[in-house]
Design a protein around this ligand. Structure first.
Ligand SMILES: Nc1ncnc2c1ncn2[C@@H]1O[C@H](COP(=O)(O)OP(=O)(O)OP(=O)(O)O)[C@@H](O)[C@H]1O
Length: 244
């Protein structure tokens, strides 16, 4: 379980998050919805311990990571896979090499076991036949599936997605969201999805927190969004896309 408790984060003297509290339960898909620049990626960086809050606590399975030294973060980060907005694939490596890269770097598995895990993820991502292709030869949706496979290869308990459908066409978006749903059904994985696209939320999220002007203005089951009387939520429900 991931918990943010009264987290405040400033870049310089600009406050991005003001006493934000959030709970992300295991085996659930939680969306964090908000307009561009509101601090959604910042929340993922805080969860991964890449940045520290100015105040408040961040607990991963009960461990307060705001107090941990960098050297103690590795076992915590191993619990979580991350899929970056731009995928962060290595351009000069093949799809198989991209998938296996962090595994080879971090786990001393036999080459046979590494290959087996890579093949499993290639199959899960529906990328058979593309093992030796370079990322530049893949569509946006396929690159996203490589990034998801690479995040899953450590068998994390939770996977973090930064804008999983941004820049994808509607068909590819639907496929990626289908893949995210199947992760929980097949692998019992939890997920955090930060997004500005409300359709993502309705398609996959069990519950959703809405971040607006540094604060959580809604945090409940996805279907209850329709009952909210908050003017910002009413406006996003009618406009569907959050651009400021
Ligand atoms: N290292 C940093 N130093 C200063 N300001 C930053 C830094 N990182 C992000 N910001 C600013 O903090 C705000 C929140 O950034 P963040 O990337 O978390 O937003 P976001 O909601 O994920 O938006 P987007 O989806 O557009 O990336 C933005 O205004 C951004 O410019």
């Amino acid at each position: 379980m991931i918990e943010l408790q009264d987290v405040t984060l400033r870049y310089g003297n600009r406050e991005i998050l003001n006493k934000v509290s959030l709970t992300i339960e295991d085996n659930k898909i939680k969306a964090v919805l908000g307009p561009s620049g509101v601090g959604k990626s910042t929340i993922l960086k805080l969860i991964l311990g890449l940045i520290k809050p100015n105040s408040g606590r961040i607990l991963i399975d009960g461990v307060d990571i705001t107090l941990l030294k960098e050297s103690k973060m590795y076992p915590i980060r191993r619990k979580m896979g991350i899929v970056f907005q731009g995928n962060a694939l290595f351009d000069s490596m093949t799809i198989s090499e991209n998938m296996g890269f962090f595994l080879r770097e971090n786990l001393k598995l036999s080459e046979q076991e590494t290959e087996q895990r890579v093949q499993e993820q290639i199959a899960f991502a529906g990328l058979e036949g593309y093992e030796d292709a370079l990322p530049e030869n893949l569509s946006g949706g396929m690159k996203k599936r490589v990034a998801i496979g690479r995040a899953l290869i450590f068998n994390p308990a939770m996977i973090l997605f930064d804008e999983p459908t941004a820049g994808l066409d509607p068909v590819s978006s639907k496929k990626i969201l289908g893949l995210i749903s199947s992760l929980r059904q097949k692998n019992n994985l939890g997920a955090v999805i930060v997004t500005h696209i409300i359709d993502d939320v309705f398609q996959v999220a069990d519950n959703v927190a809405v971040l607006y002007k540094g604060e959580i203005i809604f945090d409940d089951d996805t279907e209850k969004l329709h009952d909210s009387t908050h003017p910002f939520i009413q406006s996003i429900l009618s406009d569907k896309i959050l651009e400021q």
